[in-house]
Write a protein that binds this ligand. Structure first.
Ligand code: F0G
Length: 351
């Protein structure tokens, strides 16, 4: 009876559902807000990590997907479709199983992490690899949902944003007010849109006394919002945010400007440095795209943009197990020992 009930039940009065809506849930949300000791020391601030990799399919997408699949079910859909860099497809596939629906996913060939592909496969999704990037996949998915009986569950579907805004509610509920700054990675820009919606709703209703400044970070090779133009051939090791023409571009600019924040870029090298810092010094294993928020915070701190004493939340969007190649790459190979305590002790430096 004390289990977290999922975001729709926990925030029912703030979401577009009615008493008769058939809720499809995996009890998503209720994710940990973890104090980040090393990042706090480095920045002179009170830094927290919103660990969205703790969601049922390992990313924040579950918040939006419980809403999207619930509403699709309510409207009688038998099939759903999405374009994805991996996490949306993993989430859609799982929630479609719960709803008894067919799930089709379009992914860029060779550019999604193995763990995410495995999730879509094991949940029985119909996967099409597209010779193109995420932006091409989204164009195709929109065309299919416009012309065939299949519901689109990408974040261009506004109920996805409704679900994802609950992460901001959880943060305010936990901290007692909004933070001063909220930092997150930006790909298709749905999530920064959703957080801003959540924070502004809570502030408008007096649940929070303020809204945070929103700081978004794109990967340098995939930074259309920073450049102010579409990136035709986006590249980054953070495949989740390898997006050249974000669907929620305008909403991201609104979040940036209304909040007094900014959107900047971080290099793959900075992303990987933050990825390793999070794992080796904070004990939090995230996927590379997720580390873009922390890489951005560290970059901003080095540039003197971070005033000490502030309360800052960084969303880390997906679980490290999704894309373990980067954990293994460049790490020292484990040594092999016989079943022998003395040999093991020597290798461990204990003897
Ligand atoms: N972090 C992760 C782990 C993601 O999977 C995504 C987006 C983002 C950040 C960026 O969020 O698009 O709302 O700005 N992944 C989408 C997908 C594109 O298909 O899974 P955004």
């Amino acid at each position: 009876t004390h289990q977290w009930r999922g975001i729709i039940e926990e925030y029912r009065d703030r979401l577009p559902v009615s008493d008769s809506t058939p809720v499809v849930t995996l009890r998503e949300g209720g994710t940990p807000l973890v104090p980040a000791q090393v990042l706090s020391e480095r920045t002179g601030c009170e830094v927290h990590l919103k660990v969205e990799g703790a969601n049922p399919t390992g990313s924040f997408k579950d918040r939006g997907m419980t809403m999207a699949i619930t509403r699709a079910k309510e409207e009688g859909a038998q099939a759903v479709i999405c374009a994805s860099t991996g996490n949306t497809s993993a989430s859609a596939a799982a929630y479609a199983v719960r709803a008894g629906m067919v799930c089709a996913v379009l992914v860029p060939t060779g550019k999604i992490a193995l763990g995410k592909m495995g999730q879509a496969l094991v949940h029985g999704a119909k996967i099409l690899q597209v010779d193109g990037n995420f932006d091409d996949c989204l164009t195709l998915a929109r065309g299919l949902s416009d012309n065939y009986p299949v519901a689109l569950v990408n974040s261009v579907n506004p109920v996805r944003i409704e679900g994802q805004k609950t992460a901001a509610f959880e943060i305010v509920d936990m901290l007692g007010d909004a933070p001063d700054v909220h930092v997150l990675p930006v790909g298709n820009a749905g999530n920064i849109t959703a957080y801003w919606k959540g924070y502004t709703e809570y502030a408008a209703d007096g649940v929070a006394t303020k809204t945070p400044r929103m700081w978004g970070f794109q990967a340098s090779g995939s930074a259309p919002i920073v450049r102010g133009e579409v990136v035709k051939d986006p590249s980054t090791i953070a495949t989740a945010i390898r997006i050249g023409n974000p669907a929620s571009w305008q909403y991201a600019l609104t979040a940036r400007d209304e909040s007094g924040g900014f959107i900047d870029e971080v290099t793959d090298r900075e992303i990987l440095r933050a990825y390793r810092l999070l794992a080796s010094q904070e004990g939090v294993f995230v996927e590379p795209a997720s580390a873009a928020s922390v890489a951005g915070l560290l970059k901003a701190a080095e540039q003197g943009k971070v005033d000490p004493g502030q309360r800052i939340v960084c969303t880390v969007t997906g679980n490290g197990l999704k894309d373990p190649d980067w954990a293994v790459a460049g790490a020292p190979q484990p040594v092999t020992v016989p079943v022998d305590a003395a040999a093991a002790a020597e290798r461990l430096g204990l003897a």
